[in-house]
Design a protein around this ligand. Structure first.
Ligand code: ADP
Ligand code: MG
Length: 327
């Protein structure tokens, strides 16, 4: 199993930031409202995620570490309507095959915490009693220690940490009611506090995307034929030389989708220089049966069943907002 899991890891686990993404998404799926991310040496040495979510019962710990074990899909029909972020049941098994991973968890209804670790070629799971508050901690040490070819591709601590920072930023934008702390080598780097009021949301948006973005953007909210688009778009006067403020989400998942980006650019039209990027944080929600999210293992791409409709809706909603902004 270790080898098979390592092969799967090749698809899901590219670098420390991909581990952070998978683990934080699991915490969110578990209903956590507080997530603490501790990184050592850019994630080369350690990635530890602690949450206050529903936890994993002692009986389910072994299963959580095995491949294709997901508690999130019960049958094939569910695949058509995936509401949770994870659904492949590969992340923990994959990560654990290329690192020293320990999983410690305590559901609120269980008296004690338990810790699990899978070791050896057959990924035998060993379970021990542990101390832990309600919730889950996943500790990933020495990523790629047993896959030297992959380890070689890791960049400097600083570069890997900046990728982690970006992943946390993206997730924090999409889950405003969850608080996140990101620490590096024992130092607090980011604190995104739980935002519920408009003021708190604005503050959090400013801390993630800059005050300038907040000052130059407007909130939008449009619905049409089962499509819902909302978020913030910056005025054409506020552009970027990089795509570093292009955040789009489909049904809560962060995406780098060509169709969406194209639709947005089209809305800005001539006002956008060919080498400039617009700035936006946009959420598109639509019926789960209108979109396939299972296109890519890293889940960055989607396929819309009514691509044209989606594209034109986005373009016209944003164009309309930008137009009103100029009046
Ligand atoms: P997936 O997210 O695709 O289901 P994973 O390998 O990421 O697969 O996780 C396997 C299972 O472990 C999940 O389905 C979930 O039941 C459990 N799990 C993982 N992380 C957590 C967490 N932080 N809190 C509660 N349960 C978790
Ligand atoms: Mg997952």
């Amino acid at each position: 199993p270790r080898l098979a899991n390592q092969i799967a890891a090749g698809e899901v686990v590219e670098r420390p930031a991909s581990v952070v993404k998978e683990l934080v998404e699991n915490s969110i799926d578990a209903g956590a409202t507080n997530i603490i991310i501790d990184i050592e040496q850019g994630g080369h040495k350690r990635i530890r995620i602690s949450d206050n979510g529903q936890g994993i019962t002692k009986d389910e710990l072994t299963l959580a570490l095995s491949r294709h074990a997901t508690s999130k899909i019960k049958d094939l029909d569910d695949l058509e309507s995936i509401a949770s972020l994870g659904f492949r049941g590969e992340a923990l098994a994959s990560i654990s095959s290329v690192s020293r991973l320990t999983l410690t968890s305590k559901p609120a209804a269980q008296d004690n915490a338990w810790q699990a670790m899978a070791t050896g070629r057959d990924m035998q799971v060993d379970i021990q009693p542990a101390a832990h508050p309600d919730g889950t901690t996943i500790d990933v040490e020495d990523l790629f220690f047993n896959t030297p070819a992959r380890r070689k591709f890791l960049r400097t601590h600083k570069t890997e940490f900046s990728h982690i920072d970006e992943v946390v930023r993206r997730i924090a934008l999409s889950k405003l009611d969850v608080s996140f702390a990101l620490n590096h080598n024992g130092k607090s780097i980011r604190q995104y506090r739980r935002a519920t009021s408009d003021r708190q949301v604005e503050k959090r948006l400013a801390s993630i995307c800059s005050q300038a973005f907040v000052d130059h953007s407007i909130a939008i909210d449009f619905q049409h034929q089962g499509l819902h688009l909302y978020g913030w778009v910056a005025s054409p006067g506020f552009t970027r030389s990089q795509n570093d403020l292009c955040y789009s989400y489909v049904n809560g998942r962060m995406m780098r989708d060509k169709l969406i980006n194209h639709a947005i650019r089209q809305a800005y039209g001539e006002s956008l220089a060919h080498d400039a990027y617009p700035a936006f944080v946009l959420f598109l929600n639509l019926d789960f049966d209108q979109v396939d999210v299972n296109v890519h293992p890293a889940k960055h791409e989607v396929r819309f069943h009514q691509a044209r409709l989606v594209h034109d809706f986005i373009t016209s909603a944003i164009a309309q907002s930008l137009h009103q902004q100029h009046l």
